[in-house]
Design a protein around this ligand. Structure first.
Ligand code: 89Y
Length: 338
């Protein structure tokens, strides 16, 4: 099978993991890196033996023969780079959050559709091994019909140390973690019919909100409460795990600290530990997230080859609608219909 040739656009924090995660997969050739600051791209190119480096995207697109680009740059550049790649007929893989706002995400998707190029969003949290296991347990029917759930990402991890630009975002936790956690909710429980949200800023040193609570009624009637916070000084730090409690008519499923999955029914409680695969290149502080990059990329590669992919642009637009629906709800104190 022909190897797919691609370039990575943006070599900041996430590229350091996204690149080795791509290299875990067969049938790909990473031929070029782009970064505004060339020296940063050069360091990564040397580390992973990538032949070409550019600080000009037009030059890269003119010189390289590519099948797709993987855009890992800041969110406010996603639309710009997507447009450039799509107008040359290249498939686009883009990091979450898809775009700076809902309108721009729609435009991005419509433009790719118009150019007849596939758009995939690198949304990896739903690919975390413990989340997949929780979904499998739900689908097995052991806990019966699900009626309510709580999905929590509450932490005091010093997230701004590695990603200082997050402190500058006017819209912080819902775009950064909400994109992931609300996508997990869609993965587990389907689409939302209604949504109500509250947000606030606790940390005075950042621009955006660092706490958000979102209550959704899903289309099949499940009540889903989603809580997110980077101001939670809890006894046991959970970063970067998402905790889940799903309640069904016959029992409950709990995903809790240290990847513990607890399935409780009338016959007792089954406990297992669903650890992520520990690749040598991952940062142990982010293990479960970094590990899921490989599974997410594998699914996207399947999509690039014409097969199924979960995190297409069209699918992810529904997650983007939840994020911006939550901001709208918080601003108006109204229930919204995303
Ligand atoms: O940027 C975020 C992400 O995608 O996963 C965790 C994170 O690094 C900080 O919230």
């Amino acid at each position: 099978m022909k190897k797919l040739r691609f370039a990575v656009i943006g070599t900041g924090f996430w590229a350091r993991y996204q690149i080795p995660a791509w290299l875990e997969l067969e049938g790909l050739e990473l031929v070029a890196l782009y970064n505004r600051t060339r020296s940063k791209a050069e360091d990564l190119a040397q580390q992973y033996h990538i032949p070409s480096v550019y600080d000009n995207m037009d030059e890269l697109l003119a010189k390289e023969e590519l099948d797709f680009v993987d855009i890992i740059s800041d969110v406010d550049t996603h639309w710009h780079f997507t447009q450039k790649a799509a107008e040359r007929g290249l498939a686009v893989v883009c990091q979450k959050p898809m775009a700076s706002n809902l309108e721009q995400a729609r435009t991005m998707l419509e433009y790719c559709q118009q150019q007849r190029v596939p758009l995939f969003i690198h949304e990896n949290f739903r690919w975390q091994a413990p989340i997949r296991a929780a979904k499998q347990a739900m689908d097995s029917g052991q806990i019966g019909k699900v009626f309510k759930a709580r999905v929590s990402f509450c932490s005091a991890f010093p997230v701004f140390d590695n990603q200082p630009f997050l402190a500058e975002l006017e819209h912080f936790i819902l775009t950064d973690i909400g994109s992931h956690v609300l996508d997990i909710c869609r993965y587990l429980f389907g689409e939302a019919r209604t949504l109500y949200a509250l947000t606030r800023r606790v940390n005075p040193g950042i621009k955006g909100e660092d706490v958000a609570n979102v209550l959704m009624e899903m289309e099949d009637g499940v009540h889903c409460f989603t809580e997110m916070s980077y101001a939670s000084k809890l006894e046991k730090e959970a970063f970067p795990q998402t905790h889940v409690l799903v309640e069904g008519e016959l029992g409950s499923i709990q995903l809790t600290h240290d990847f513990q999955l607890r399935i409780h029914t009338a016959t007792g409680t089954q406990v297992s530990t669903i650890r992520p695969q520990l690749y040598p290149w991952l940062d142990p502080d982010y293990a479960v997230v970094h590990s899921s990059i490989v599974d997410c990329n594998r699914d996207i590669l399947n999509g690039l080859r014409g097969g199924k992919c979960e995190t297409t642009g069209a699918d992810n637009l529904n997650t983007v609608k939840l994020v911006w629906g939550a901001y709208q709800s918080a601003a108006t104190q109204q229930v919204v219909f995303p």
